[in-house]
Design a protein around this ligand. Structure first.
Ligand code: MD3
Ligand code: FE
Length: 226
């Protein structure tokens, strides 16, 4: 399609992103970076792959060792998936709900995670687990550290999709002061090195309707777990 002045009409992949922030790399720690809008050009391939993963391994609400049902629903793909129940937190090769291996990590997932890690100067990232979190309005994730992974030297890459959320990025002790960072559809955050064991969480999701994903936020986190 052409406009009357003969300039070609192209799809604006960044249409729902603030034009001033898209494409920027924001350092949030010594070895942590927000890559604004980095995932947007990948979503046409990524969202159908996500649909397929969710058909094979649907979202479920898990119970913590303390007996609380998490407000965030989750699932996984890749060689390893993360599970919690009354016995504890762990990575497993099988989905405990189906007894089947977790769905394979789609090629587009791995390529995006590796491209983002490289963009943040982490070379040779080989994720073997992708945790998929779903937040509906009101769902939150309280401050925690991620230390169930065997390779604590590998970075974690997180892709935010759907409704915006406020991410809390703290220090090495639960009581340390937190930065608050808004994460929007298509933003990627990469954490590694000295920042890998920092406390973090997500504030309760606000009501809203995202044009592509509806009333939810989905977060993909890529890890080297095994
Ligand atoms: C910061 N997920 O799944 S992004 C999680 O948005 C988790 O769903 C949040 O925390 C979410 O564990 C936050 C991921 C994240 C993962 C690991 C980190 C942030 C991190 C490790 C160190 C610092
Ligand atoms: Fe975490």
């Amino acid at each position: 399609m052409m406009r009357s002045n003969d300039t070609p009409v192209t799809l604006d992949l960044f249409a729902d992103q603030a034009p001033t922030t898209s494409g920027r790399i924001e350092p949030i720690g010594q070895q942590s970076f927000v890559l604004r809008g980095f995932a947007l050009p990948w979503l046409e391939r990524l969202l159908p792959a996500l649909e397929k993963v969710l058909q094979a391994a649907p979202f479920r609400q898990m119970v913590t060792p303390g007996g609380f049902t998490m407000s965030v629903a989750l699932t996984s793909c890749g060689a390893l998936g993360w599970t919690t129940d009354r016995r504890g937190y762990r990575y497993t090769a099988h989905d405990p709900q189906s007894g089947q291996p977790w769905p394979e990590m789609p090629g587009v997932f791995r390529e995006l995670a590796q491209a983002a890690a490289r963009h943040a100067r982490f070379e040779g990232f080989e994720p073997d687990a992708c945790l998929i979190n779903r937040y509906v309005p009101g769902a939150r994730m309280s401050l925690h550290q991620d230390k169930d992974e065997r390779a604590l030297d590998a970075p974690i890459v997180s892709v935010s999709l759907g409704l915006p959320a406020v991410f809390q990025f703290g220090g090495f002790e639960r009581g340390d002061k937190c930065q608050r960072i808004a994460l929007l559809h298509g933003d990627i955050v990469v954490w590694g090195g000295v920042d890998r064991l920092r406390y973090h969480g997500v504030l309760a999701l606000k009501e809203g309707l995202h044009p592509a994903l509806g009333a939810q936020r989905i977060n993909l986190t890529f890890r080297t777990a095994g």
